[in-house]
Ligand binder design. Sequence first.
Ligand SMILES: [Cu+2]
Length: 172
Amino acid sequence: MNHLRLNSRPLSGARALRAALIGLAGLIVASTQALAHEYKLGDLVIDHPWSRATLPGAKVAGGFLVIRNTGTTNDRLVSLTSGISGRAEIHEMSVTDGVMKMRPLKDGIEIPAGGEVKLEPGSYHLMFMELKAPAVEGENFGATLTFEKSGTVDVEFAVDKAGGGDHSTHGG
Ligand SMILES: [Cu+2]
């Protein structure tokens, strides 16, 4: 999550303070809702839900995020809903005989105690289907995630550019 790249040259106290303040100001400017946001639900931490801008006429959009389980019991992401789509599913992308395929995980994804699960392009992801509205770059859309033990949480997906997904721009 650290966006600062500190200069390795030794700094005097005053210069170091000034550099720190400038860095902090930059960090505040950079840390808009779209760049870094997280949610807590019981022992779960949901980090930076994001999506990609959809192309005209697209009927589906992906959803990506990281879920950390700081507790001592496993939990499970079992379902989600969103106003942006008629339905939403939890998917897994895999390569079978050299062909990328995705399939819905009807039992959801286990979030192991003390562990984390990354939903990211080419792997586990959320799929918003039967889109009612486009996902627009720079905007957010809401969704409700349901976990087996922890219950439900409302989150906002930050929409990146179409084809975006370089995690270095997302602080994680
Ligand atoms: Cu999918």
